[in-house]
Ligand binder design. Structure first.
Ligand code: GLU
Length: 282
């Protein structure tokens, strides 16, 4: 059955870009007679706030959307993600990383072969790791691309791909070869959150039987590593549809960090959902 989702992180109020994304996914579900899921991706304890989650419900209701209930809130399911991390760890695919964000960024600046190399810092030497553990220093779990490739087998690694029904930033469409190496040894469990975006999102897409991932083009690159995680975990492969990103009057794309006008402000200013749909061509 066709199933898609809108999976915002409650780190701010929604803006036009979110409305476009949510309406696109919801419209596709309606057209296919399928399911539409709202998922709250709030695993980042430093940036997510409950009032923004309330805002998401308010804004989507105003837009006229409906969705399955109960709504999955990722922070309520940390044990699920921990179990997936444990499963990968039990197969020897992860390593501990005690490095700080700053150390990784500095290494990226210094890396002779570019950021991809620095994004694969590798395990600490055993004695150093033992010392850091004994000191009680916090650590993240990273996915070792080398070990993942070994576990999957070279042929399966080379065959890893995804179907893109929308398009990537360079017009990529159709069957796309997955290049997980572009992501580096991604963190699958953050020091502070016990999980991380790529793991939680693929876990939930599988759990919620999402057949079509419809989302903004800014997440196209994330698909490469997400396909690898799905293959390692034996999770099904959804079809992907990355849609265009909305640009504001200045030609720059809408994003929370630019303080784009929020849906709440537009609503207060008298904009109607119909007016917004017309403006967004939906
Ligand atoms: N939670 C992610 C975000 O707000 C989106 C995840 C996804 O659609 O895959 O950027």
């Amino acid at each position: 059955m066709f199933a898609t989702r809108f999976a915002p992180s409650p780190t701010g109020r929604l803006h036009r870009g979110h409305a476009f994304s949510a309406l696109t996914a919801w419209g596709a579900a309606k057209e296919a007679g399928g399911r539409f899921v709202l998922r709250i991706e709030d695993i980042d304890p430093t940036r997510c706030r409950p009032e923004f989650e309330v805002g998401i419900h308010e804004d989507l209701t105003w837009l006229g959307l409906d969705w399955e209930t109960p709504v999955r809130r990722q922070s309520d399911h940390r044990a699920d993600y921990a179990a997936a991390v444990e499963a990968l760890n039990g197969r020897g695919l992860l390593y501990r990383c005690f490095r700080t964000r700053k150390e990784i960024l500095d290494a990226i600046g210094d890396a002779p072969h570019g950021p991809a190399e620095a994004a694969r810092p590798g395990p600490h030497p055993a004695d150093e790791e033992a010392r850091l553990l004994a000191e009680g220093r916090p650590f993240a779990w990273r996915l070792s691309l080398d070990r993942a490739k070994e576990a999957l087998g070279g042929a399966a690694w080379d065959a890893l791909s995804f179907v893109e029904e929308g398009s990537g930033p360079d017009g990529e469409t159709g069957v796309i070869k997955a290049r997980p190496e572009t992501a580096g040894d991604v963190v699958l469990a953050r020091k502070d959150a016990g999980t991380a975006y790529h793991l939680a999102v693929t876990h939930d897409d599988a759990l919620q039987a999402i057949s079509h991932v419809i989302r903004g083009r800014d997440l196209f690159e994330a698909t490469h590593i997400q396909r690898l995680i799905q293959a390692l975990m034996g999770w099904p492969e959804p079809v992907y549809h990355h849609h265009r990103l909305l640009a504001g009057p200045d030609g720059r794309r809408y994003a929370k960090r630019d303080r784009s006008v929020t849906l709440a402000e537009l609503r207060e200013g008298g904009l109607t959902p119909e007016g917004l749909r017309t403006e967004l061509n939906l």
